[in-house]
Design a protein around this ligand. Structure first.
Ligand SMILES: *Cc1c(COP(=O)(O)O)cnc(C)c1O
Length: 260
């Protein structure tokens, strides 16, 4: 299996090596990095292979899909150490299930959503760790709170008893093909880190700013250099997705997808 460069196992090891290399270059510790294998569109068998190869964090971006795949894995006692991350846009009518399926939600970008997570977590006697998703690039099509409104949202969400803010999340720019794109991507990651420092400095009760969820297959090395703690990596681990995932970057296309 290990010699097959086209296997999930091989790609997990190759990705871990790239993370170690990027950490070394930027004076960061690999232990401080959470590698979240984003398994959307991939099945239970592929997820199992990634877990056997040493993955401990799995990310999904659709509640419906997660509901079909995760319970079988979550029943397995030998996988009780695995953490399940919800990284996609979350509609309030899916919150109840998301709270049941996931250990952390990366995509809180409104008080309304946070309040619903709080309510559902309360009935489950749970305190749900959340990250605030920031639209650092201010692209209209993207989800996330505007950087200028983030502090206010954090203050409001911090009052909720059954959610706990652990940090910030952002989706970088789409593709890094030219040097100029790389500069742009870096600037958004840097903006998230600066925002984290700014908010941490306010010492808001019930708020941690330890986590920076940023970096995907195309840009995680830049994210590491800019302070990421949670890397959300799909393609580099599972291979190219066969089905397009429209909801990733564009709110408009997500709404279209929901109507289909
Ligand atoms: C799909 C997805 C990722 C992973 O993207 P890759 O380019 O496949 O690594 C990361 N974050 C979010 C929010 C996603 O939906």
């Amino acid at each position: 299996m290990e010699s097959n460069t086209n296997s999930t196992t091989y790609r997990v090891h190759a990705t871990l090596q790239r993370i170690r290399d990027a950490c070394q270059r930027s004076g960061r510790k690999p232990e401080d990095m959470q590698l979240i294998a984003v398994s959307k569109t991939y099945g239970v068998e592929e997820i199992k292979e990634a877990l056997s190869a040493g993955i401990c964090h799995i990310g999904e971006n659709k509640v419906q899909e997660a509901k079909e795949k995760l319970p079988a894995l979550q029943k397995d006692k030998s996988l009780s150490h695995v953490q399940w991350h919800y990284i996609g846009h979350l509609q309030t009518n899916k919150v109840r299930q998301a709270v049941e399926l996931f250990d952390i939600i990366h995509s809180v970008d409104s008080l309304r959503l946070a309040a619903e997570i709080d309510r559902r977590s309360y009935t489950k006697d749970k305190i749900m760790p959340v990250l605030i998703q920031v639209n650092t690039s201010r692209e209209k099509s993207k989800y996330g709170i505007d950087p200028d409104d983030t502090l206010e949202l954090v203050k409001q969400v911090s009052e909720l008893k059954n959610v706990k803010i652990k940090g910030l999340m952002t989706i970088g720019a789409l593709t890094a093909t030219t040097a100029n794109d790389t500069v742009k991507i870096r600037s958004y990651f840097r903006k998230l880190r600066e925002l984290r420092e700014f908010i941490a400095g306010k010492n808001i009760p019930n708020v941690d700013m330890d986590c920076l969820s940023m970096g995907m297959s195309n840009d995680f090395e830049i994210a590491i250099e800019e302070g990421a703690t949670h890397l959300r990596i799909g393609t580099a681990i599972f291979g190219k997705r066969k089905r397009a995932v429209k909801s990733l970057l564009s709110a408009a296309s997500n709404q279209m997808e929901e109507k289909l």
